[in-house]
Design a protein around this ligand. Structure first.
Ligand code: PEP
Length: 267
């Protein structure tokens, strides 16, 4: 049984000392787990200092973004090539990057290519807006995002990557989780099944089995076990709740307990 993957996306929060304090608290609370891989994705500014402080037995780092050209006259950019020694993962195509920063399918495809070329594992975010779901376009949207995002990859590159299903309507504003439209496990099951079938049809069975698929959208400790029961879900991309060390460590702990329970069941 593979490890559960839990990624904390700190978004554009925390200056260097706040980020360092949060990491310190997480390192105090989260033990070394063999069955849960915990990844932290702080702002670009704090990746370097946190990499020095990081207990690598417990955590890996992800960047929240990068530019697809390795080097050149791109003011304000940071390339995948610059990040390759620092991070294991880069989050690509987050809905906030698509919506706020205008990243289109073509740019996301280029970023996935640059990420893989630089030996970094992409976490490709896909998911429909509320309007698209209401119009019955969820599968079409997933299809288009997968078609372009995975276009230049080999089956083994797809097998090694991570896809995060994040319905845009379920992503929190960072403060209010309970009133939010958390996706239903059945909706997540349908989307994850669609993604795995797409990968199987376009690539192969092995890639479809091995690609890790996360759910993201208002994840809190209380929903962890129910969502891990959804077939094909390998973990979570956590936004707002990853900024609080109580809730984030509870999400990791609940993932570990679920994994232990399911190992006992299969023993
Ligand atoms: C995210 O940042 O990808 C996310 C899902 O945020 P939240 O958990 O706050 O909904």
């Amino acid at each position: 049984m593979g490890k559960i993957l839990v990624v904390g996306n700190w978004k554009m929060h925390l200056n260097a000392s706040q980020a360092s304090l949060l990491l310190h608290r997480l390192q105090e609370r989260i033990p070394i787990y063999k069955d849960v891989e915990v990844v932290l994705s702080p702002s670009m500014l704090t990746l370097q200092p946190l990499s020095v402080q990081l207990d690598r037995r417990k955590f890996r780092l992800a960047a929240q973004n990068a530019y697809f050209v390795d080097e050149g006259p791109f003011t304000g950019g940071v390339s995948f090539a610059m990040l390759r020694e620092l991070v294991h993962y880069v989050i690509i195509g987050h809905s906030e990057r698509r919506r706020v920063f205008g990243e289109d399918l073509e740019m996301i495809k280029q970023k996935i290519g640059a990420c893989v070329r630089n030996d970094i594992t992409p976490i490709l975010c896909v998911g429909e807006t509320k309007h698209e779901r209401e119009q019955g376009e969820t599968k079409q949207v997933l299809h288009d995002q997968l078609l372009s995002g995975l276009a230049n990859l080999t089956p083994s590159e797809v097998a090694d990557m991570v896809i995060a299903y994040e319905p845009v309507w379920a992503i929190s504003d960072g403060t209010n989780f309970t009133d939010h439209f958390i996706a239903k496990p059945q909706q997540v099951a349908e989307a994850v099944d669609y993604i795995r079938r797409y990968v199987r049809d376009v690539f192969n069975d092995k890639a479809s089995r091995e690609v890790r698929i996360l759910y993201g959208g208002s994840v809190v400790p209380e929903i962890v076990q129910g969502f891990l029961d959804v077939p094909g879900v390998d973990g979570f991309l956590v936004g707002g709740a990853s900024l609080n060390y109580h809730t984030f460590s509870a999400i990791v702990q609940a993932s570990h307990s679920w994994q232990r329970g399911s190992e006992e069941e299969h023993a």
